[in-house]
Design a binder for this molecule. Structure first.
Ligand code: ARG
Length: 468
C-alpha cells in the first residue's frame, strides 16, 4: 500500500503521477500549521469523547500520541512525506504509526476542509497578536522620540517644498497615529478571524451529534461559524488581514521614504548608526539606507500577496475548492514580511540621531514663516487675501536679496505694508511659529507633549515592552 492509499486511496487504482504529487502537495509549506493542527485535533477528539463517539481512554491515547508528535516536530525529529500531501494527513498517519489502529478514528466527524480552515484561523490569530505587540513597541519608540524632540524644529513640507515649520516630535506622532489605526484595524479583523469553522465537515455538517461550542471554547474561539458551506470555503478573513498588513507596510513605506530623504547628504536631518546601513561594493565612501529602501520595496510584495488572495477567492463556487490551498504561501510570506519590517524599523528608529541644526537651517532657508507673517497682518486688520499677496511680494524680495524674512530690515518690510511694526520679528522666528500653533492637533511643543501623553495612554499597558 502506498502512503496515499492509507488515507483517500481506496477508490483509486494508482497513486498520483509524480508531477501531480509535486503539483498538488502542500506539506512543504503547510507544515507550518502543525502546532495549530494538533491543537485543533486534540480539541476535536476531546469533544468526540464527550459525545460518546470515542471512549475516554481512546481520547487519552490520541491526545498523548498527538502530544508526542508535537514534541517530535518541535525538535525537528519528524519526517514529512510529500505523498501524504498535507500537514493533516502527515500528522494523522504519524498518529496511527504511533498509537496503532486507534489513530484512524481521529478523523471521525470532520474533513480536511473544516480542519484547514480552523488551522489557518488559529495560526493567523496568533500571528495577529504578535504583530499587534510589535506594532505597539514601535509606537512606543515613536512616542519616546516625540517627547525627546518636542522642541526640535523641522521643516514641514507640502509637495516636498518647505511649507511651515513643525516640530520633529509632531512628525513622529503623525507616524504613530497611522500605526495606531492599523492596530485598531487588526483588533477588528481578529474578531472575525476568531470564529470556529470546525464541525462543518466537508461542506454540509456531519451526522454525529457534535458539540461545536465545546470545541470553540477549548480553542479560544469567540464564536462558531453558523453556515457550514460558508465556513469551509470563505477566505475573506485572510483577505481582510492582508489588506491591513498592506496598510501597515504602506505606512512604513511612507516613513521609510522620509528616512531615505533625511539621511541623504543634501538633507542631513538624521544620521543612522552603521549597524543599520549597508555599503557599496564599488564606492568605498557609501553608507546607504538600505533597510528603509527594503521596507519601501517589500510593500510591493505585500500588495502582491493581497492581490493574490483576492484573486484566488474570485469566482469560487460554494463550497470548498482546492483554489483555497493557494491562500497559504501569500499569507505566510505576508506575515513574515510585515513582522520583520516592523521589528527592523523599530530597531533602526530607536538608534537614529537627529541633526537638529540641519533641520532648523532647512526650515529657515525655506521662508517657512511666511504664513505667520500673513496671519500677523490679518491680526492687524488686513484681509487674508491681501496679506497673502503682501507676503508673497516680501518673499520675492527676500529671494532676490538672498535673505531670510527675519533678516530683512523693518523699513524694508514696511515697504510692503505700513502696518508692520517691530513686533513682527517675534512671529518670524521658527520657535514663535511652532509655539503659536497651540491647539489640539497643532505643532506647538506643549501640544506635542500633551498628544504624546494621550498616545501613550492609548497603548495597552500589558504589551509595553514586549517584542516578539
Ligand atoms: N491542503 C488543503 C488546503 O490547503 C486542505 C485539504 C483539503 N483538500 C481537499 N482535497 N479537499 O486547503
Amino acid at each position: 500500500m502506498t502512503r496515499n492509499q492509507k488515507t483517500w486511496g481506496g477508490r483509486f487504482a494508482s497513486a498520483p503521477a509524480r508531477r501531480v504529487q509535486a503539483f498538488t502537495e502542500s506539506v512543504s509549506f503547510d507544515q507550518r500549521l502543525a502546532e495549530a493542527d494538533i491543537r485543533g485535533s486534540i480539541a476535536h477528539a476531546r469533544m468526540l469523547a464527550k459525545i460518546g463517539v470515542l471512549g475516554d481512554d481512546e481520547f487519552e491515547s490520541i491526545a498523548a500520541g498527538l502530544a508526542r508528535i508535537r514534541e517530535r516536530i518541535e525538535h525537528d525529529d519528524f519526517e514529512w512525506h510529500i505523498e501524504l500531501e498535507d500537514v493533516h494527513m502527515n500528522i494523522e498517519s504519524a498518529l496511527t504509526d504511533e498509537i496503532g489502529e486507534l489513530g484512524k478514528k481521529l478523523h471521525t466527524a470532520r474533513s480536511r476542509n473544516d480542519q484547514i480552515a480552523t488551522d489557518v484561523r488559529l495560526w493567523l490569530r496568533d500571528a495577529i497578536d504578535e504583530l499587534v505587540d510589535n506594532l505597539d513597541a514601535l509606537r512606543r519608540t515613536l512616542i519616546e522620540l516625540a517627547e525627546r524632540e518636542a522642541h526640535t524644529i523641522l521643516p514641514g513640507l507640502t509637495h516636498l517644498q518647505v511649507a511651515q515649520p513643525v516640530t520633529f516630535g509632531h512628525h513622529m506622532l503623525a507616524w504613530e497615529a497611522m500605526l495606531a489605526r492599523d492596530s485598531e484595524r487588526l483588533a477588528d479583523v481578529r474578531g472575525r478571524v476568531n470564529r470556529l469553522p470546525l464541525g462543518s465537515a466537508a461542506l454540509a455538517g456531519t451526522t454525529f451529534a457534535i458539540d461545536r461550542r465545546m470545541v470553540a471554547d477549548e480553542l479560544g474561539f469567540a464564536d462558531v461559524i453558523d453556515n457550514s458551506l460558508d465556513a469551509v470555503s470563505d477566505r475573506d478573513f485572510a483577505v481582510e488581514f492582508a489588506s491591513v498588513a498592506s496598510l501597515v507596510m504602506t505606512h512604513l513605506s511612507r516613513a521609510a521614504e522620509e528616512i531615505v530623504m533625511w539621511v541623504a547628504p543634501a538633507c542631513g536631518f538624521i544620521e543612522l548608526p552603521d549597524a543599520y546601513c549597508t555599503g557599496s561594493s564599488i564606492m568605498p565612501q557609501k553608507k546607504n539606507p538600505d533597510i528603509a529602501e527594503l521596507i519601501r520595496g517589500k510593500t510591493g510584495r505585500a500588495n502582491g500577496h493581497l492581490t493574490a488572495l483576492l484573486t484566488a477567492s474570485k469566482g469560487q463556487p460554494l463550497a470548498y475548492n482546492r483554489d483555497n490551498q493557494e491562500d497559504k504561501q501569500p499569507l505566510f510570506d505576508l506575515v513574515d514580511t510585515v513582522h520583520d519590517s516592523v521589528l527592523v524599523f523599530n530597531d533602526m528608529l530607536a538608534n537614529v540621531q537627529i541633526n537638529a541644526d540641519n533641520c532648523r537651517l532647512a526650515a529657515q532657508r525655506g521662508y517657512a514663516t511666511a504664513t505667520d507673517l500673513a496671519d500677523y497682518l490679518v491680526r492687524k486688520g488686513v484681509a487674508f487675501r491681501d496679506a497673502h499677496r503682501i507676503v508673497g511680494n516680501a518673499v520675492a524680495h527676500a529671494i532676490s536679496a538672498e535673505s531670510d524674512l527675519a533678516d530683512l530690515a523693518l523699513t524694508t518690510l514696511q515697504q510692503f505694508s505700513p502696518t508692520i511694526t517691530d513686533d513682527v520679528f517675534e512671529v518670524l522666528t521658527l520657535e514663535g511659529s511652532v509655539a503659536a500653533r497651540d491647539h489640539i492637533g497643532g505643532t506647538a511643543p506643549n501640544q506635542v507633549l500633551a498628544a504624546a501623553g494621550r498616545a501613550r495612554e492609548r497603548l495597552p499597558a500589558a504589551n509595553c515592552d514586549k517584542v516578539v
